[in-house]
Design a protein around this ligand. Structure first.
Ligand code: NAD
Length: 500
């Protein structure tokens, strides 16, 4: 049976461009191919960039008030279509519907933030910095900017980028993940319905060919990337080499530290949610539980019980708490890591490979390892699936040292009833986002999101105030109107000017 083809959207209309290659889009709950997505060639990327270039003069000169109004209109449409957007995410990614809905809501908060663009773009003004001289600053858009995004938040992560890029006056080219691309087509339609001029938001689907074409394109001023660490590093190196501004967010291995003074049942409940929500396919998932001292025994017991109780099933089915993983290769990778953990001598407390879900979907159950040590693959690598490993340490300091020795540094959390321990942890740990009794400390839209070390390449975190800074450049203007001041104070001198 013929399946649907997912097209690009360039300059306001859906198009196949010159693409002939395609990739399968699965229904992870059944294992069936539900669509084919077109994979862009260099010429398709160029067409999107040219559409964005043509739209740039008009859009960047559109008043900030009108740009804000457009964001309000877009926001209303996203809210109206919340369920439609979430249904598409759930059907292509596999995550449960309520989780998909939460993702879209968190994305919508980015649009809420972008609606405030008149306030966010206010510059600074200093009167009379020298006799008759005033100084002011303002920010201008960069031009055509691009976003390259991962599969795990197909609606929200692009929304970390495009509302802010567009509200600040840029035009945008998005290359979403080829694994779950359709939701971005609906987003493009909603922008058009909101009244966004053609060419301001363009969508090209694709793989490495499209990514490389974006990185090398001379008319793209900046690239925002979110994905795995090796690709983030590559994107950063290749695009900065040709003078682009780049923010490239990478992978993660997030530790949740549990002190003996924590409410262990509550800590276990949060660790389980953070480890197994979205089948562990979140960059802020907790994949390592660090049990300190006497916490270990009872914590592992609570985790075992709660991991076993999780209801795994199709994301669209009411009652499912955890869906399948995104693709057959992901399933294979996760199964092989579980095998590697067993071989390395870790204690397999709950084995997700034993899960029996009817049908041919990409299901694997929650998996729990105890007595994992830092040299094991299951500790060192980002598995990106429903696998939680427990590392036992003797003290808070050992937990902090373990985290600081790890190359990834996206998020971390501590569970404790001691304010003193929490404060020590939050000040000493070398990680970008920290939760205190909060397992997934994803900042709200009006703060910025970003990890440290191998979890982010580039100087800017994403969205929030750093998003505004990333998508704009500052100008500082020094003015004098000579007629207004006493002429003797307005003479030119060969020495470097100082204030008078
Ligand atoms: P990925 O790196 O495989 O893909 C991300 C993007 O890069 C996709 O658009 C893909 O088409 C493209 N890409 C893939 N291989 C490429 C190559 N060889 N050359 C050029 N482009 C390539 O990541 P993924 O599997 O889609 O997403 C999961 C990863 O993203 C995890 O590592 C996760 O931790 C990370 N992630 C990080 C954050 C964060 O904020 N730090 C957020 C979400 C996801």
């Amino acid at each position: 049976m013929a399946v649907r083809t997912i097209h690009h959207r360039i300059g306001g209309g859906e198009t196949a461009g010159v693409s002939t290659r395609t990739a399968p889009v699965w229904d992870p709950a059944t294992g069936e191919r539900q669509a084919d997505v077109l994979l862009a060639e260099v010429a398709d990327v160029d067409a999107a960039v040219q559409a964005a270039r043509s739209a740039l003069p008009g859009w960047s000169e559109t008043s900030v008030t009108r740009r804000s109004r457009l964001m309000f209109a877009f926001r209303d449409l996203v809210e109206k279509h919340l369920d439609d957007l979430a249904r598409i995410v759930s059907s292509e990614h596999g995550k449960v519907f309520e989780d998909a809905k939460a993702e879209v809501i968190r994305g919508m908060e980015m649009i809420d933030f972008a609606c405030g663009i008149p306030q966010l773009l206010k510059g600074e003004y200093s009167d009379q910095v020298s006799a008759g001289i005033d100084l002011f600053s303002f920010r201008q858009p960069l031009g055509v900017v691009a976003g390259i995004t991962p599969f795990n938040f197909p609606a929200m992560v692009p929304m970390w980028m495009h509302p802010i890029a567009i509200a600040t006056g840029n035009t945008f080219v998005l290359k979403p993940s080829e694994r779950d691309p359709s939701v971005c087509n609906l987003v493009a339609e909603l922008y058009a319905e909101a009244g966004l001029p053609d060419g301001v938001f363009n969508l090209v689907h694709g793989d490495k060919v499209a990514v490389d074409a974006i990185l090398d394109h001379r008319d793209i001023a900046a690239v925002s990337f979110v994905g795995s660490t090796p690709i983030a590093r590559y994107v950063h190196e290749r695009a900065t080499a040709v003078g682009k501004r780049v923010q490239a967010l990478g992978g993660a291995k997030n530790h949740g530290v549990v002190l003996p003074d924590a409410d262990l049942d509550r800590a276990a409940e949060h660790l389980i949610a953070a480890a197994f929500g979205s089948a562990g396919q979140r960059c802020m998932a907790i994949s390592v539980a660090v049990a300190v001292g006497d916490a270990a025994g009872p914590l592992v017991e609570c985790l075992r019980e709660k991991a076993r109780a999780i209801k795994v099933g199709p994301g669209t089915e009411a009652g499912s708490e955890m869906g399948p993983v995104v693709a057959p290769e992901a399933l294979e990778r996760i199964r092989s890591y579980i095998g590697s953990g067993v071989e390395a001598g870790a204690e397999l407390v709950v084995d997700g490979r034993e899960l029996d879900v009817r049908g041919g979907g990409f299901f694997i159950g929650p998996t729990l390892f105890d007595r994992v040590t830092p040299e094991m693959d299951v500790y060192r690598d980002e598995i990106f699936g429903p696998v939680l490993v427990v590392v036992r340490v003797g003290s808070l300091q050992e937990a902090i040292d373990l985290i600081n020795d790890n190359d990834w540094a996206n998020g971390t959390a501590i569970f404790t009833s001691s304010g003193r321990a929490a404060r020590h942890f939050q000040r000493r740990v070398q990680v970008g986002m920290i939760g205190v009794n909060v397992p997934i400390p994803v900042p709200m839209a009006f703060y910025s999101f970003g990890g440290w070390k191998q979890s982010l390449f580039g100087a800017h975190h994403i969205h929030g105030p750093e998003g505004i800074a990333f998508y704009t450049r500052a100008k500082v203007v020094t003015t004098r109107w000579p007629d207004e001041v006493d002429g003797s104070r307005d003479r030119g001198h060969l020495h470097f000017p100082t204030a008078v």
